[in-house]
Design a protein. Structure first.
Ligand code: UDP
Length: 355
């Protein structure tokens, strides 16, 4: 039975991946033995409770939960010795661009030191399969407008413009070095803008404080407040930033495929890292997201233009040809309308339960 460790299972993308995996129930070589590691600093215990209940309802062994931080190396090592994972899916990280600009040390400690601890522990138990969450923020601000106006392939120059992106790039490089040094086999996913919520209603975007556009927009609209739009003087079609919004369930399905690739294929003795962008190749500006939300909500959404937010790139749109060709991945849930409908369903649930 394959033992899998999921770091950050109580978080937004980790929980959706775990739900998708449990829904599937087996990998190529048998049912799943799941281990969740999270320090619950930004994740939610009720997500873990829901995942454990879901696994049991599917007849899987009860997943084990380790409440530990990646920065606590001895606790992490103990968890990994206990879990004896054949593969690790490493979602746990701090993810706010704005916070990373204000507190870079915190981001380097959590995202880089924490992940280095993880790599060291994996090497110790000779676990050589890793799926790592990276980000479009590693591309920074492609300076050439001809480059910026078309989807970015993985070969785009890596030049983060904020500490969050720097920490993810540092770990991408550390993982590639681990592949060379001790035979780690890794799949790195560079997410563009994760959005939306699970069709089951059990999981969704829930950050405290929230910094992301879609939940803030829905929240502002439902309270009759104005959304702050950060910058209207970018060199884009309407002056606001353009992003590639990808439904979190499409991210989850990519991870299932990436994991199957690592588990199914012979693990290369010499180690290898493969990197994939995950996005739709469709860019949507902030004002276009507002217009789409007005359609879904059925009423106007007020907004006000504010100065640019530090660390923002003007345009980030993914060329995900590689993920489609190599993994056979296809985003199926990422229309802006579906993203907004599921996000709105989740947000209403949060509000109704007083959170
Ligand atoms: N944004 C905005 N108002 C907000 C939050 C975000 O105008 O209240 C903009 C932000 O400046 C960026 C885009 O929306 O251009 C997406 O930001 P988000 O934080 O959702 O994701 P990021 O691209 O930073 O990962």
């Amino acid at each position: 039975m394959p033992s899998l460790l999921i770091t950050g299972a109580a978080g937004y993308i980790g929980s959706h991946f775990a739900e998708a995996l449990i829904g599937q129930g087996v990998l190529s070589d048998g049912p799943l033995d799941l281990h969740f590691l999270d320090d619950l600093s930004t994740g939610h215990r009720e997500f873990l409770d829901r995942l454990v209940a879901l696994a049991e309802s599917k007849g899987l062994p009860r997943p084990k939960v380790y409440e530990a931080s990646l920065t606590d190396a001895p606790a992490l090592e103990r968890a990994i010795e206990q879990a004896e994972p054949e593969a690790v899916l490493h979602f746990a990280a701090l993810i706010s661009v704005a916070e990373s600009v204000q507190k870079p040390e915190l981001y380097f400690r959590n995202n880089v030191e924490g992940s280095q601890n993880l790599l060291r522990s994996l090497q110790k138990v000779n676990c050589r399969r890793l799926v790592f969450s990276s980000t479009a923020a590693v591309y920074g601000n492609p300076p050439d407008p001809a480059v910026a106006s078309r989807p970015l392939p993985e070969s785009t120059a890596l030049a983060p413009v904020n500490p969050y992106g720097e920490t993810k790039l540092a770990m991408e490089r550390a993982i590639e070095e681990a592949s060379r040094a001790w035979g780690l086999n890794a799949v790195i996913f560079r997410y563009f803008n994760a959005a939306g919520a699970s069709a089951s209603g059990g999981f969704g975007e829930w950050h405290e404080p929230e910094t992301h556009l879609i939940p803030l927009l829905l929240r502002a609209a439902s309270r009759g407040e104005k959304l702050k739009v950060f910058g209207s003087d970018y060199a884009t079609r309407d002056g606001t930033c353009i992003r590639d919004y990808i439904h979190v369930e499409d991210l989850a399905s990519a991870h299932v495929l990436g994991l199957e690739r690592l588990m199914g294929g012979a693990v290369s003795a010499s180690g290898a890292t493969e990197t994939f962008n995950l996005g739709t190749a469709q860019g949507t500006s902030v004002l276009e997201v507002i217009r789409a939300a007005e359609e879904v909500l059925g009423h106007p959404v007020g907004y006000e233009i504010y100065p640019r937010r530090a660390g923002d790139s003007a345009v980030l749109v993914a060329d995900s040809t590689r993920a489609r060709e190599v993994l056979g991945w296809e985003p199926k849930h990422s229309s802006m309308e579906h993203i907004l409908r599921t996000a709105w369903g989740w947000e209403r649930g949060l509000q109704a339960s007083g959170r």
